[in-house]
Design a binder for this molecule. Structure first.
Ligand code: SF4
Length: 316
């Protein structure tokens, strides 16, 4: 099977206790079967602790229960007790893999890192990345090969629009939306509804809803064009081919639009905004959350205020 790794993928190294927003905070850790089997064999008080904090959640997954919103094995020095006591090889799959993401399309696989990790966000947002222009072997056993060929071409086209030189990110985003527009009429001249929908999502940081609410403004932070371009290329690379299920590529454009509008508004309210942290935070709270994504996609598909023509009007 053909595989593609961006350059930044292999440069990633977890910064552990130096991490400003650790993945050991706020997230349930899903424990795979093989790791749990091993944990069941661990003797002594450490083995007892693992078994005590491993429970079944409402989705039927086996997870470590959080203690004060922290992984129970994240110690006071902000290091991992499983790593220390049992060795790196006995971390469960969730911890071993994060922030590495595998996008398996059957006949080929692409890899990326998650923007939700601060170190990965630095690598993704500070380095140019060109989406592979490979002639992947397409295979009707896994998907409709003609549809996949079309998506690969359109993904390249989307990237080309985003990499046009001499334009601001706002202009490039407008061109991108225009290119994929659905030809529907505009309905709303105010993008506050996007903030209202985001405010009602479920966040790890209880203050994030308030941050979104307070940052609503009709002015978007100027600048950061290169950073936003790389963010948009990341979204295109990570999500565009998911449309193979229904050929609906507009959801990825709407995701980029939301990420831009919300984070550029947050940045406009801060003095010396740390744009990488702002984008990483949004990713951790929204993009990386299965439930929040499902909620947003429901609105993208059912709320006509999200039609692409309407979104273009907010960039004029
Ligand atoms: S968020 Fe990234 S850098 Fe931070 S602890 Fe987790 S893997 Fe390491």
């Amino acid at each position: 099977m053909e595989k593609f790794y961006p350059d930044y993928y292999k440069k990633f190294k977890c910064i552990a206790n130096l991490c400003p927003d650790s993945c050991c905070q706020g997230w349930d850790v899903v424990v795979d079967e093989k790791s749990e089997k091993y944990y069941d064999s661990v003797q002594g008080s450490f083995g007892e602790k693992i078994r005590k904090v491993t429970v079944t959640d409402e989705d039927g997954d086996r997870i470590f229960t959080l203690e004060n919103d922290r992984c129970p094995f994240w110690n006071k020095d902000e290091l991992c007790d499983i790593y220390i006591n049992l060795g790196e090889e006995h971390l469960c799959d969730t911890c071993k893999k994060f922030p590495r993401i595998t996008m398996d399309y059957g006949s080929f696989t692409e890899y990326t890192l998650s923007l939700a990790c601060p170190k990965a966000a630095e690598l993704i947002l500070n380095n140019d990345f060109i989406i592979p222009e490979k002639n992947y072997r397409l295979d009707n056993d896994y998907y409709n090969a003609e549809d996949m060929e079309q998506l690969l071409k359109e993904r390249k086209q989307a990237e080309k629009i985003l990499l046009t030189e001499g334009l601001s990110f706002k202009e490039k985003l407008k061109n991108l939306i225009e290119f994929f527009s659905e030809g529907l009429s505009t309905t709303d001249k105010n993008y506050k509804f996007i903030f209202d929908i985001h405010e009602r999502l479920e966040f790890i940081n209880p203050e994030y809803s308030e941050i979104i609410k307070n940052s609503y403004s009709n002015s978007l932070s100027e600048g950061f064009d290169d950073i936003y371009t790389r963010m948009a290329v990341y979204y295109i690379y990570r999500y565009f081919l998911n449309a193979i299920e229904d050929m609906n590529i507009t959801n990825v454009i709407k995701k980029i639009f939301c990420a831009y509008i919300i984070t550029a508004s947050i940045a406009s309210f801060e003095n010396n905004p740390d744009i990488i942290r702002i984008i990483q935070n949004y990713s951790k709270e929204v993009e990386h959350s299965y439930d929040n994504n499902a909620t947003l996609e429901f609105f993208f598909e059912n709320d006509e205020r999200f039609n692409l023509e309407n979104l273009i009007s907010f960039l004029e």
